[in-house]
Design a protein around this ligand. Structure first.
Ligand code: MG
Ligand code: ZN
Length: 362
């Protein structure tokens, strides 16, 4: 046992020093083009087998993953565990700090760490968050809230009216109005300048900040008829945020790829993955036209130990799972646009934050 601890320590120490060394090299020897805007798309639980399934199960044409020029691999362990959860796995993207599993926007000692959104709002960027979970779920919450535990949904919601984020779309209505403290955070959001939309995704965006809440908790599954919510919300956000001459930062999460993995339900997972690929396509179409936008697609971790296994017949795919939880496998990072070259290679997940901030430095 003692031996194992020692080995693990050596492994951690060497990866730590390695990652410091490699980031120094990047800053010394490359002067990347800088993007004006960044679109970060997170496939929750999306490992390489999940991405591969897009190639085998997309009905027509090539997956949008095909369009990227730079591919890297991200090492996903959190500060507390070899296998991360989605809270630590998103906080590391929003703050650059590896923290403990369940932490939302706070460091290992539970102190708040400013998020990339908070930094950029101060610099007059426009910002947006889209998810197919509730917008208070661990991944989106980590970009605007600071709480000790991901299950503090009511506390997370309190950050929304005062977040300064221009565009929210997803579920999570019940945490605004059906609250233990009796506050009505929809009213507070309206007072803070949000246009509240709870019936359907509008076809045009307004000049006000928008809070679009289309489900009490998570959005329906694709199998339950969610339709094109995710790609259309992505387009709507881009229409809105791209009006800002100073730039924007948009986060889009395919939240339920992870839920299909936890359920060990391959059709659920694959339909969520294909929907996410559509949103990736919308982001890439925009970036191609715009020319000043970096698009990054990655995952917080892999879920389900998903494999496109074979059986006796090697021409017959048998998607199987090895766990109902997450796994420690590295996850892919796809990038295209100004600065994309920084995202090639193998690195710790907190490097993704530092690379983005390096590219957005004034
Ligand atoms: Mg998530
Ligand atoms: Zn999960």
């Amino acid at each position: 046992m003692k031996h194992l601890v020692k080995i693990l320590f050596l492994v951690f120490a060497s990866t730590f020093f390695y990652s410091c060394g490699s980031s120094q090299k990047a800053t010394e020897f490359t002067t990347p083009n800088k993007p004006k805007n960044i679109i970060l798309l997170i496939g929750d639980g999306m490992g390489l087998s999940q991405v591969s399934s897009a190639y085998f199960y997309k009905r027509e044409g090539n997956p949008n993953f095909d369009r990227f020029t730079t591919i890297g691999l991200s090492k996903t362990s959190s500060a507390s565990d070899l296998i991360t959860d989605s809270a630590a796995g998103a906080t590391v993207f929003s703050t650059g700090v590896k923290t403990y599993n369940n932490a939302i926007g706070v460091a290992v000692d539970s102190t708040p760490v400013p998020t990339i959104m908070e930094h950029l709002i101060q610099r007059n960027y426009s910002t947006g968050i889209i998810a197919t979970s509730s917008i208070q779920h661990a991944t989106p919450a980590s970009f605007y809230a600071h709480v000790k535990h991901r299950n503090m949904y009511e506390d997370i919601t309190e950050f929304i009216p005062y977040s300064g984020i221009d565009f929210f779309a997803g579920g999570g209505l019940k945490f605004f109005t059906n609250r233990e403290d009796g506050r009505n955070l929809l009213d507070e959001s309206a007072t803070a300048g949000y246009k509240i939309i709870t019936d359907f995704l509008p076809s045009e965006t307004s000049s006000e900040k928008e809070l679009i809440l289309l489900a009490e908790d998570g959005m329906p599954k694709m199998q339950e008829g969610r339709g094109d919510f995710l790609p259309r919300a992505t387009q709507l956000a881009l229409d809105k945020l791209s009006r800002n001459k100073d730039g924007f930062f948009l986060v889009v999460e395919g939240s339920q790829i992870d839920w299909g993995g936890h359920a060990n339900d391959a059709p659920y997972l694959i339909l969520e993955l294909l929907d996410f690929d559509e949103a990736v396509g919308v982001a890439l179409d925009f970036a191609e036209q715009n020319g000043e936008t970096l698009v990054i697609v990655t995952a917080d971790h892999e879920t389900g130990g998903f494999t496109l296994a074979g059986n006796d017949n090697y021409n017959d795919l048998n998607p199987v799972f090895s766990t109902t939880g997450h796994s420690a496998t590295m996850v892919p990072v796809f990038a295209i646009g100004p600065g994309a070259e920084l995202f090639g290679g193998i690195y710790e997940n907190n490097e993704i934050y530092h690379k983005m901030m390096q590219l957005l430095a004034p």
